[in-house]
Design a protein. Structure first.
Lengths: 266, 422
């Protein structure tokens, strides 16, 4: 297969919608007058007038517990849909998509890293990394294109993240240190080159010295494949590492109900 | 996609609980299939208590009563039939063989059967098995006796022992025929039929003891009519009266015609019955117990499947984090539903597989023991159609049971999204 037909294949996989957005360069996330409440009768927890994030940006969304970070992530991931306003990711209006379509969209285009316990305990390190390829044909095809096969691509990513020690790879994942687990999770989020990587407090369980090197690894990997990084944290000391920081408290117009502060949205 | 691969790995990760659940299901499956098998064999064994015999003939009575008294030796025939009738009917050109049966005496609660050599030649049970001697030989003289296996075992008789027969059928009989002890000359192999509980002597022997004791005794009022009749004749080898007789015909098709002939026999009121049909009728009446047994075994399987449900439901709460991770890497709610159903299916299938293997193994090992202990011949290994149906039913239930945790996980995954509140 020639390089030309290969790239055509990728374009056809991406679909015509993204061709437009690629040419237009390049708002990857657009939020306009978004409101969201967890219950119909409750006050909104999120009310954002305008937010744009461009392709390839590395953005820190910073805010204390209860500022609506988890809610925003659930919206960006298509798990929840806005009550009012418009949320566009990669040119797709998530609010107008069916649940199944949003699931497929997330599987194809979004990688996740959580704060802790990212890994499935009964799968090996490599099986954990290749997990997204089980659910997304697009990401599997891209992984195969980047590497030789899915497992080879997983190994390549793990090597970049300094996790290629055979001894570590053979261990049950819950015997890895937190830092090692987070790097495996990063490899998983990056496999198949998703357009968007959402990291939800991925470093808050790491020591300060590990924290910066982990973020640097993440930056390098995202930059090398043009992945947009949205990094959520309550830690203001990370600001200096990012090109752009959004303080959620500044952009969220919703009044914080006391009950939500108590619940603590992580 | 390959959600079943995940199900297998997830189950292996929880080996201990899963193994216990598989064990519970497999034991309950073994029990259910075993009960079904034994039920089937018991029915077979019962309905083939006597085989190869085309007609049973006795004095006028109900068919079941005739069967009970002549084959099962339960109760007693109210009337006897004359030797002349027996001879006349056995000379019918359709008849291949005829076995006379004379019942009425007993020994320590076991029935004594008077018959002749043809009994050993033609009497068949099960799938055409003939009577086999484990020791000794058939009787050749009036005072010789062959014992059923249970009689020999329970009463501890050996070849050469002397046995005294009494009138009547109870444990304590009217009077012992002390004057005429019989000598044990043969012991039969177990058959799983009433033959095991029978002492078999020559017809002439029965007739002789009754004749002899009447000559001396005076307390035989109850039998006076019967015995006086016997005394008025000169005694040859032929008795005057018998209880019933068995007929083997040259062709099975002749049975119905001969049955009609016998039922309308004008010299004496007689009843003829086809044993196979009558045994079926009897089983329908007493077969309720086997259904109860099957129902109990069925409930045990239900309990086993509930165990599976409990295992899966308790695992859900521990696994909400896992479900959220799977969602975040692109699993859709129906994948998680499939994961649960897949796990339930795998556990059920392995439980059923182990259960079937266990049953076949215990049948292989236990076959000869069951045959010698209970006279129940279990024919080889393998699964019957009914057992296959039961297996399919259990597997179906296992899959359906997976729907319950599957549905809950589906709901959770929609509500939790990727943030797990634990």
């Amino acid at each position: 297969m020639s390089a030309f037909t290969q790239s055509n294949k990728i374009k056809s996989l991406l679909g015509p919608v993204y061709i437009d957005s690629v040419e237009a360069v390049e708002t990857i996330i657009n939020i306009t007058n978004l409101q969201f409440a967890w219950r119909r009768d409750a006050a909104p927890v999120l009310d954002i007038a305008q937010l744009n994030i461009s392709k390839g940006e590395q953005v820190l969304i910073e805010g204390p517990s209860g500022s609506g970070k988890s809610t925003l992530l659930n919206l960006l991931a298509g798990v929840a849909t806005p009550d009012h306003g418009k949320l566009t990711v990669l040119g797709q209006n998530l609010g107008e998509m069916s649940g199944a379509d949003r699931d497929r969209f997330r599987a194809d285009h979004v990688g996740f890293i959580f704060q802790l316990f990212n890994l499935i305990p009964y799968l090996s390190v490599v099986e954990n990394v290749t997990l997204p390829c089980r659910f997304s044909r697009l990401r599997r095809d891209k992984a195969i294109q980047n590497g030789f096969n899915v497992a080879a691509e997983a190994m390549r990513l793990l090597t970049h993240l300094d996790m290629n020690d055979p001894d570590l790879l053979g261990r049950p994942v819950n015997e890895l240190s937190v830092g090692q687990q987070q790097r495996v999770a990063a490899a998983r989020a990056l496999i198949g080159s998703p357009d968007l990587l959402i990291a939800d407090e991925p470093t808050s369980s790491l020591d300060a010295n590990l924290r910066e090197s982990f973020i640097q690894l993440l930056f390098d990997e995202c930059a090398s494949r043009g992945t947009t990084l949205i990094f959520v944290s309550h830690d203001p000391s990370l600001e200096k590492l990012f090109d752009r920081t959004l303080r959620l408290a500044d952009i969220n117009r919703a009044e914080k109900p006391a009950i939500h502060v108590l619940k603590g949205g992580k | 996609m390959s959600i079943y691969g995940l199900a297998i790995k997830s189950l292996l990760n929880r080996k201990h609980t899963v193994l216990l659940t598989v064990a519970v299901i497999s034991l309950s499956v073994t029990l259910l299939l075993g009960v079904e098998r034994i039920r089937h064999e018991a029915r077979n064994s019962f309905t083939s208590t006597i085989s190869g015999t085309d007609l049973i003939v006795g004095a006028r009575s109900g068919r079941i009563g005739l069967l009970l008294s002549s084959v099962f030796h339960i109760g007693s025939a109210e009337n006897s039939i004359s030797w002349e009738s027996f001879e006349a009917i056995s000379r019918n050109p359709q008849v291949r063989w005829a076995i006379p049966l004379s019942l009425g005496d007993s020994h320590r609660g076991y029935r004594v059967l008077g018959t002749n050599d043809d009994y050993f030649n033609h009497y068949l049970y099960g799938r055409g098995r003939s009577l086999q001697l484990t020791a000794g030989q058939r009787f050749a003289a009036d005072h010789e006796m062959v014992l059923g296996s249970e009689v020999a075992e329970k009463l501890g008789y050996k070849i050469g022992d002397h046995v005294v027969v009494s009138h009547g059928s109870g444990e304590f009989s009217f009077r012992d025929h002390d004057e005429n002890p019989f000598t044990v000359v043969g012991i039969l192999a177990p058959t799983g039929t009433p033959v095991d509980r029978t002492l078999i002597i020559d017809l002439a022997g029965i007739d002789k003891i009754h004749a002899d004791s009447t000559l001396e005794g005076s307390d035989h009022d109850a039998f006076d009519v019967f015995l006086k009749d016997a005394d008025n004749h000169e005694h040859g080898d032929e008795p005057e009266q018998i209880t019933a007789f068995l007929l083997g015909l040259k062709s099975r098709g002749a049975a119905l015609g001969l049955l009609r002939t016998i039922n309308t026999y004008d010299k004496e009121p007689l009843t003829a019955a086809m044993p196979g049909v009558t045994l079926q009728e009897l089983w329908e009446a007493i077969g309720v117990a086997e259904n109860a047994l099957l129902a109990v075994a069925g409930f045990v399987v239900v309990v086993g499947l509930f165990g599976l449900l409990v295992t899966l439901l308790t695992s859900i709460n521990e696994r909400r984090r896992e479900m959220a991770i799977l969602r975040s890497v692109g699993a859709r709610p129906h994948h998680l539903f499939g994961l649960m159903v897949g796990e339930a299916t795998l556990v059920t299938l392995s439980g059923v597989a182990v259960g079937v293997a266990l049953l076949q193994l215990s049948l292989l090992v236990g076959q000869s023991l069951i045959a010698s202990r209970f006279g129940l011949y279990i024919q080889g290994v393998g699964l019957s159609f009914n057992q296959l149906l039961l297996i399919l039913l259990i597997c179906g239930c296992g899959v359906l049971i997976g729907f319950i945790p599957g549905y809950r996980v589906y709901k959770y995954s929609l509500a939790d999204g990727m943030t797990v509140k634990l």
